[in-house]
Design a protein around this ligand. Structure first.
Ligand code: AMP
Length: 212
């Protein structure tokens, strides 16, 4: 199974990708997670990556294309993958089609649709465990003890790019850069759409049906 998940920040791509990983035993590759990891390094490259993440701007195409190409060559991708957060520009979509090549083409691009007002609500309440990365939501999925991860006891924090100003910028960047990617896959006949409203399991029901 070779699938890309497309959708605005807050649509639930990460959550759905993790569920797909469990159900279909393929690796979940999140470029956001890859970049957050790179941004933890106390080096000049780490600092540069952090600047992009914290401002909500996209890192340059060539950088992320090279990183994804390398990641997809890894042996665990032999049976397929779920890409989350890539491609985010038409140049990235073209590069992906190029390096997947003949015989390894994508099975499809899955677009998770959520209205903008709902995205802002979701992102503003999102909290993440700084130790294990588990996501919570102050309203929809609160931890048992406020501020404490129910899984590992770590501290819950707000991602720097989930602050209100950065959220609006990320949504603008998404409309401008990633909107055309949706059209690109539609033109190629590879786009499938799922309604992203409802509970995690309701959305997964729709997503899994499309994937199957
Ligand atoms: P995400 O966790 O997918 O929302 O990504 C967080 C941030 O990582 C984005 O706001 C971008 O700054 C950066 N990022 C993630 N994926 C890409 C990509 N495919 N191209 C460029 N920047 C990306």
């Amino acid at each position: 199974m070779r699938v890309v998940l497309i959708g605005p920040p807050g649509a639930g791509k990460g959550t759905q990708a993790k569920l797909l990983q469990e159900r279909f035993a393929v690796p979940h590759i999140s470029t956001g997670d890859m970049l957050r990891e790179a941004g933890r390094a106390e080096t000049s490259v780490g600092a540069e990556v952090r600047r992009y993440l914290e401002s909500g701007q996209l890192v340059p195409d060539q950088t992320i294309i090279r990183a994804v190409e390398e990641r997809l060559r890894h042996v665990d991708c032999g049976g397929g993958f779920v890409l989350d957060g890539f491609p985010r520009t038409v140049a990235q979509a073209e590069a992906l089609a190029g390096f997947l090549g003949n015989g390894h083409a994508l099975d499809g691009a899955l677009y998770i649709r959520v209205p903008r007002a709902e995205l802002v609500r979701r992102l503003a309440g999102r909290r993440v465990c700084e130790r294990c990365g588990t996501m919570f939501h102050l309203v929809f999925d609160p931890p048992a003890t406020p501020g404490v991860c129910s899984r590992c006891g770590g501290t819950l924090v707000q991602r720097a790019d989930d602050s209100e100003v950065t959220v609006q910028r990320r949504l603008d960047v998404y409309d401008r850069e990633t909107g055309p990617v949706i059209e690109w896959y539609r033109q190629a006949g590879q786009l499938r759409e799922a309604d992203g409203m409802g509970t995690r399991d309701q959305v997964f029901g729709r997503v899994a049906e499309l994937v199957q």
